[in-house]
Design a protein around this ligand. Structure first.
Ligand SMILES: [Zn+2]
Length: 95
């Protein structure tokens, strides 16, 4: 399980096919991508992981954290642009 994609934002269309193909060995739950399975096993079955799976979980967790941080920064940027955009529109059209 070391072939985890390091960046969740680069998941391709093929990874999100109709049928989830990656099944958890412990509970049988199925996932659409390998890194979602790795994240599930790290959260739900941490004691059942071997060293390779633990490393894969750490990598997937860090990649997910980077993706979330990137999303937050972009969302904040869009909110700031909208706020000042509407503020400028108000200044020009209301005065
Ligand atoms: Zn499971």
């Amino acid at each position: 399980m070391t072939d985890v994609q390091s960046d969740p934002s680069r998941r391709s269309e093929r990874d999100t096919a109709e049928t989830p193909t990656y099944a958890c060995d412990d509970c049988g739950r199925r996932f659409y991508t390998q890194d979602l399975l790795v994240l599930h096993r790290g959260v739900a079955h941490p004691s059942a992981l071997d060293e390779g799976e633990r490393d894969a979980y750490r990598e997937a967790y860090a990649a997910e954290e980077r993706a979330i941080r990137s999303f937050r920064i972009r969302a904040l940027g869009i909110l700031v642009l909208l706020y000042f955009g509407f503020l400028l529109l108000y200044v020009f059209y209301a005065s």
